[in-house]
Design a protein around this ligand. Structure first.
Ligand SMILES: [Zn+2]
Length: 717
């Protein structure tokens, strides 16, 4: 045994030595081959170009002159001798061998490593620091941000590293590395991981464009900041928050999500009782530190200070409108009407500079509506004083951001103020007239069910359904159309329900300090979800082919009833008790119409001012038809509107178009003739001069009458 093993070891040793000796000799030879950059170059060329003839290789390797022929032959011979390059004798071409490839890859790795070792790879981070490139950070992001298994993260990172090393001369930033990681992820089919790692934001050119075209962004710095932030948040909503099918419905124009930048962050319309706020004061419990406490309001001077702060704070917490109830009880408590006019005008002026969310319009949403209950005649002095101060305020602003809602019980009440309302409308004011209950300037109901609430109510309404699209797809079949509408309501409500849950969570965490701290507003759970229907008129009349004066109105009623019933039913199944359907104004009308005209042609579309295509929203009554009615038309118009208003539990915006009326008397008469309407808003088109900011009293074409500028913008909210 001992002998055998001894023999074995005795015999094997010299042989192993021999192998080791020749292998290490080989390594030394190969390293000596690698010592010449010329030879590494030849390997690189053969590796990238494939088999080459002697002369091709010689010229590509840069040995062009005859003098250098000997040098080239010498290098090539060395490579052949170490079997790094082989000659295919039949084709007379040189190729790189596997060993050659290994040597080349080794050379590359050494080169890359030495770049890192020398500290040349620096990354500029978004945390405003320059750090040495560290692949471990990529692994960390893949695991932490995208939840990728560690082993897989290592593999991806290795590939990213190889790419990044080739960037050695570039200005490395963390965003460039992230882009590289994402492209590797996509190459491997890991779309979900890529979406989690994606960076949201604006392309550089968009920012330059925004800064170079400030006149197009409206309110200067306010608009720039809003636009920049909202484009990122909107992208986040569409790509990360909404279910994919619902996001696609929005992108395809079947539904429209308005205010997408803040859609998941704030409610749309907030009804607040200012008398309650004024009595109890506000304590934001350290959330909005620069105004964390506001004591109760006890005189007009305090109101003039407090109102702008309240409006400013509330404006941050709604996308579209704040409706302030209870101003008359408040003023009755603290002031007499003489004091009101000057102080209240100042308060309104101060309130007008609240933050603006809408970046795609110049109207400056959200707006604030001051609701005035005009039923009690003993308040008439005070109400007149408020209307006068509102009129004063209008002279100070080009684009009013404050409106008035007059709540009247019977027609006599309205008659007392209709002349003043006509004058305000002529000056460019925003006035809505509400018969019962509480409604926004856009006709949105404060309450959907009969539940009585004196406190704060938030409404979520920024989702519209494209009715003409459904009608186009229904082949003039009204039953099929209603079935499609019913199907569309489910994803719409799902989206809104998700939104409500997100918002409830954010409010609980204190992101909306005014709503969180309002004692009247305990939770968003009781708030309303409203789905808006856009283009009802076009779908029923133009596409389904029913004339409004000949059965069309019944079809519309049937459609709306279906929508309300289905929404109520589906809402209940989702645990949402306050679900409503509305026909109000938002920014979906233009978007739907232009998408549909691309798809179906422009034939059936109603064109609005400035040649912009837009579908109808809400209902519009022509003032001229009312004061010169043929066969008591006004009565039947009012009845039709009210029948639709009654159906739409979320709200209906009825616009009384008074553009064609030449005098305030005519306007006053028109307003009084529709006083049986549940809700309406007299509207007149105004133009704003974008140069001098003056409001032009009527729709004009051509030049500003004050400064002769041709840059006039239509103003309508
Ligand atoms: Zn002008």
């Amino acid at each position: 045994m001992e002998q055998l093993s001894h023999d074995y070891s005795f015999q094997s040793e010299p042989r192993r030595d021999g192998i080791l000796e020749s292998a290490s000799k080989r390594v030394r030879m190969i390293f000596s081959v690698m010592a010449s950059p010329n030879r590494i170059d030849i390997l690189r060329i053969l590796n990238s170009k494939g088999p080459l003839t002697y002369s091709e290789l010689k010229s590509l390797a840069g040995f062009k002159s005859k003098k250098e022929s000997g040098k080239f032959a010498y290098h090539l011979r060395k490579l052949l001798r170490q079997s790094l390059v082989a000659l295919n004798k039949a084709e007379r071409r040189y190729t790189i061998t596997n060993l050659g490839k290994l040597v080349l890859s080794l050379a590359r790795q050494i080169e890359e490593r030495s770049i890192i070792e020398s500290g040349k790879m620096y990354v500029r981070t978004t945390r405003h620091s320059i750090e040495e490139f560290n692949s471990h950070k990529i692994i960390q992001s893949l695991v932490r941000e995208a939840n990728m298994p560690l082993e897989q993260a290592h593999k991806i990172t290795e590939e990213v590293e190889n790419k990044v090393y080739k960037f050695h001369s570039t200005y490395l930033t963390s965003s460039l590395i992230r882009e590289t990681v994402n492209s590797v992820l996509i190459e491997h089919g890991h779309e979900e991981y890529r979406n989690k790692l994606a960076r949201l934001g604006l392309p550089t050119s968009d920012i330059f464009e925004m800064l170079n075209n400030i006149d197009k962004v409206g309110n200067g710095i306010d608009s720039v900041m809003t636009k920049a932030a909202q484009s990122m948040l909107a992208e986040h909503l569409i790509t990360n928050t909404l279910p994919k099918d619902i996001a696609d419905m929005h992108l395809a124009g079947e539904i429209n999500i308005s205010n997408s930048g803040i859609w998941g962050l704030v409610p749309d319309t907030v009804f607040v009782n200012i008398a309650h706020l004024a009595e109890s004061g506000i304590d934001l419990r350290g959330k909005f530190l620069n105004v964390s406490r506001l004591s109760s309001i006890n005189n007009v001077g305090e109101l003039a200070t407090a109102l702008p702060i309240l409006v400013s704070l509330l404006s941050r917490e709604s996308s579209t409108e704040i409706v302030l109830d209870g101003i008359i009880p408040l003023l009755n408590r603290i002031a007499d009407s003489r004091e009101v006019i000057t102080s209240f005008t100042r308060a309104l002026m101060g309130s007008s500079v609240a933050p603006i969310y809408s970046s795609n319009s110049m109207f400056g949403l959200p707006i604030t509506t001051i609701a005035l209950d005009i039923v009690d005649q003993s308040n008439s002095k005070l109400i007149n004083a408020i209307l006068d101060s509102y009129n004063n305020y209008l002279n100070f602003t080009s684009v009013p951001r404050i409106g008035i809602a007059l709540k009247f019980g019977n027609n006599d009440n309205l008659r007392d103020y209709s002349a003043k309302v006509a004058a305000i409308i002529r000056t460019g004011g925003l006035v809505s007239i509400v018969k019962n209950g509480s409604r926004s300037l856009n006709g949105i109901h404060k309450l959907i069910s009969n539940k009585v609430s004196s406190g704060t109510v938030a409404t979520l309404q920024s989702l519209s359904i494209n009715l003409p699209r459904l009608a186009y797809q229904s082949n003039r079949d009204e039953t099929y159309f209603r079935a499609r509408l019913a199907l569309m309501l489910k994803p719409a409500l799902t989206a809104m329900s998700i939104r409500k849950k997100t918002l409830t969570d954010l409010i609980r965490k204190g992101m909306l300090p005014m709503l969180s701290s309002s004692t009247q507003f305990t939770q968003l759970g009781t708030s309303n979800i409203v789905i808006n229907l856009t283009g009802a008129k076009e779908s029923v009349h133009n596409i389904l082919g029913h004339d409004i004066n000949n059965g069309g109105i019944e079809i519309l009623q049937k459609v709306l009833k279906t929508a309300v019933d289905v929404a109520t039913d589906q809402g209940r199944q989702m645990g949402e008790d306050h679900v409503g359907i509305a026909m109000i104004y938002d920014d979906s009308a233009g978007r739907f119409a232009s998408l549909d005209s691309d798809k179906y042609g422009k034939i059936s579309l109603v064109s609005s001012e400035q040649g912009n295509l837009a579908y109808s929203q809400g209902l519009t009554i022509n003032g001229r038809e009312l004061i010169f009615p043929d066969d008591s038309k006004s009565h039947s118009i009012v009845d039709k509107c009210n029948s639709i208003d009654k159906l739409l539990n979320g709200g209906l915006a009825v616009n009384l178009d008074v553009n064609d009326l030449s005098s305030d008397i005519e306007m006053k008469n028109a307003i009084e003739s529709v006083s049986d309407l549940q809700f309406f808003r007299p509207v007149i088109k105004h133009m704003i001069c974008s140069n001098c900011g003056k409001r032009l009293g009527k729709e004009v074409t051509g030049r500003c009458e004050f400064c002769t500028s041709p840059y006039l913008l239509p103003l309508s909210i």
